[in-house]
Ligand binder design. Sequence first.
Ligand code: GBH
Length: 498
Amino acid sequence: MSMLLIFILCAFIRAHEATPKQCFSNLFPFGVASAAFQTEGAWNVSGKGESIWDRYTHEHPELVFDHNNADVATDSYHKYEDDVKIAKQLGVTFYRFSISWPRILPTGLRNKINEDGLKYYHNVIDALLRENIVPVVTMYHWDLPQSLQDLGGWTNPTIAEYYVDYARVLFENYGHKVNTWLTFNEPLSFCHDGYGGYDAPGSRSSGFEDYLCGHNVLRAHGMTFRMFQREFSHLKASVGITLDLSWLEPATTSADDQEAAETARQFRFGWFSHPILSKEGDYPRVMRESIDRNSKRQGFFRSRLPSFTPEEVDMIKNSYHFLGLNHYTTYLVSKGSGKISTKPSFDDDMGVKISQNPSWPKTNSTWLRVVPWGFRKTLNWVKNSFNNPLLIITENGVPFEAGLQDVKRVNYIEAYLRSLHDAIYKDGCNVFGYTYWSLMDNYEWMRGYSERFGLFEVDYKSSNLTRSARLSAAFYSTVARTKCIPDNFNYYNYDVTK
Ligand code: GBH
């Protein structure tokens, strides 16, 4: 062989060593996610009770960006077989979906179990199992029975008992078929944005109701986990909770901004993760101190942040088999003004300034910019803060404009997966699965149908709500089947109809 040839060969091998193909382990599960309210439609069909999102979007269409409601959504109540078919087409290991509490218990309580509701989720689960797709079930993805909201919803302490009753119905009926459970999806979102802001039920009582909500959600989660251990340990299932953490990066390297960023992480993530995952349990110290101090200065007789009893601290501490983590984007945090206003709020208690860097690529969303490196930092922070807990990415995704050639979405997924790969294989983060949000376009809460996160496009104008594979579906399918991030994905010539 000529020297030249050997030289070229060596250079070729070196080049490939320098950029090894990024593969996940053979057993690493890739999945897709959705939620009941965002997809099912059939809001008042077959005995289903009204949820707070039904009520809110019916009474306040003006608050929804495109003035639409989710009465039909993607009609998955009738088209679940189509959904399972496209999940199968992707070759994913699992499908994460949620169960609508008012579809199972129309009054929210156990006095009346809706058989049609039970049957519907049996059908979904059976259809998945037939195709070898593992069902991952979220018990609560924000659609609280309106009848329970009439009693104060998550601000009423008794709801924790009602939630346990509901969870028991789910374990009793589906426990032999489902072995991965999430008690709640993103308590930060539904407590802070729902009870503290403009999401349903729209209480707009930040600094009060958001803390009451969080307190009762944590109790309900802990009580459900202990109930599972007492009554269902024979089921060999795993129970976790999904929390969301956007990465919170100090705006500058100053000590003040670094402290502010850590405070923000404790308020936005520690609020729910510290009581469950930390060695000491209970709320993060910085939250306790700040809210106690502000409450006092505002003349309140007791802190606006409720307290757990020592028994509750122990009950909630360690109440998980794995953590679900949703991650989408990154924010910058800088030191706040130090002033507290007379009107209490979560943001005021947190006391920092949060922004985004305008140079980070925009998406078709008000809050989501593409910042892949934040994913790795998030995972490392969780690893270092809580002794490297076992976790699954339960959501990661991005909205772009309609269209099947969604090269931008492919780029987002690829970049975030590379960041995840580094977190696992370079940093040793204990992540055992990844879920793309979402299988298909759906009802994006207060943004209506205007934000499309799907690997499959939903044609809302067609009478049968046709689902069509985007380029990103082909890309993600390659990842799910090969467990590797493709190096040379053919962006432009991929036939997305196949
Ligand atoms: C998740 O929430 C949800 O679990 C899922 O249902 C949803 O479809 C998906 O993300 C996509 O949005 O306007 O700056 O005040 C994501 C967390 C929390 C993101 C509230 C938007 C409002 C930010 N969401 N946040 S802002």
